[in-house]
Design a protein around this ligand. Structure first.
Ligand code: NAP
Length: 284
């Protein structure tokens, strides 16, 4: 039986005006165990059937061929996000890396291309490569990942910097530090946040906190779904959970249907307090 697509009109808008659903599909470690590759492809397709319109990949994940296979025939409905390794992020290196990734993905463009984390090349050079890739039509927009406020300020100050579309960072109930400064910075600059590891690499689902479990019960939901509903609660965040199993991919997309109440959010704040001072950005 074909699963019914999740019913939601919730969208998050990027600075160029394009919108996506606030839950997309992560792909790190997807298909890394060869016997489960077919299942991984099926999981991505299930997520897409359930309404996911964003797929997040990276040259580092070494599975762009698998992702390409999963989105084959559906590419036009997908907002495809790729990432260049910092060690490849010179002007020439980033262009070559992007071309390589696109070949593996069997497509002709990324919707969004990110610098995976800061590296050895001057940021003006990497931004220059991003703008050149955009000029050539190989990427439609660009952004960064794992950058804290000071680095965002530096990027923003480069020529072309203000066209940066997003910062993709660790964000989940257990890691809320960015709410102190980075999240407001992104909002003030009109950029949505991309929240990676929104289920804390499965830990928020496997050994959920009592409060999360009790809220999940009240919503007839799972702990993973509560973690996702919480991550996307502000309308400016896109969570990108990874799942290699079709059932989890479906479950994650159904989190779009959950609206947490003010009381739920208060209880979650008490269990996972928001930051009261600057903490350095955590990365995975
Ligand atoms: P995550 O999405 O928080 O967690 C993935 C883990 O949770 C997997 O073990 C998965 O197992 C499990 N899971 C997923 N849905 C579940 C459900 N409904 N119930 C129970 N378990 C569930 O962690 P992540 O993969 O680290 O982060 C997500 C994505 O963010 C990555 O795949 C990647 O695309 C991106 N990311 C980016 C960076 C960066 O530096 N920019 C860093 C980390 C991650 P199953 O596969 O068995 O479902």
């Amino acid at each position: 039986m074909t699963p019914t697509m999740t019913s939601t009109d919730r969208k998050v808008t990027f600075p160029d005006g394009r919108s996506v659903r606030p839950i997309g599909l992560g792909t790190w470690n997807l298909g890394s165990y060869p016997p489960l590759r077919e299942q991984a492809v099926a999981a991505l397709r299930r997520g897409i059937d359930m309404g996911a319109d964003l797929v997040d990949t990276a040259e580092m994940y070494r599975n762009e061929d698998l992702v390409g296979k999963a989105i084959e025939g559906r590419r036009e409905n997908i907002y495809l996000v790729g990432k260049v390794l910092p060690t490849n992020a010179s002007f020439k290196g980033a262009i070559e890396a992007c071309e390589r990734s696109l070949r593996k993905l069997m497509t002709d463009r990324f919707d969004l291309y990110l610098l995976h984390w800061s590296g050895p090349f001057p940021i003006d050079e990497t931004v220059g490569a991003m703008l050149e890739l955009q000029r050539r039509g190989l990427i439609l927009s660009w952004g960064v990942s794992n950058m804290d406020v000071a680095e965002m300020d530096d990027f923003y100050a480069t020529a072309g910097g203000p066209t940066c579309a997003t910062d993709q960072v660790l964000y989940n109930l257990a890691y809320r530090g960015i709410e102190y400064d980075l999240k407001p910075w992104l909002t003030a600059h009109g950029m949505p946040l991309m929240a990676y590891s929104p289920i804390l690499q499965g830990r928020l689902a496997e050994s959920p906190d009592e409060v999360v479990e009790s809220i999940a019960r009240e919503h007839g939901a799972t702990a993973a779904q509560i973690a996702l509903a919480w991550a996307i609660r502000d309308g400016h965040t896109i969570a990108i959970p990874k799942s290699g199993t079709p059932a989890h991919a479906e479950e994650n997309m159904r989190a779009l249907e959950i609206e947490l109440s003010a009381e739920d959010l208060d209880r979650l704040d008490a269990a996972f307090p928001p930051p009261t001072k600057k903490t350095p950005l955590f990365t995975i």
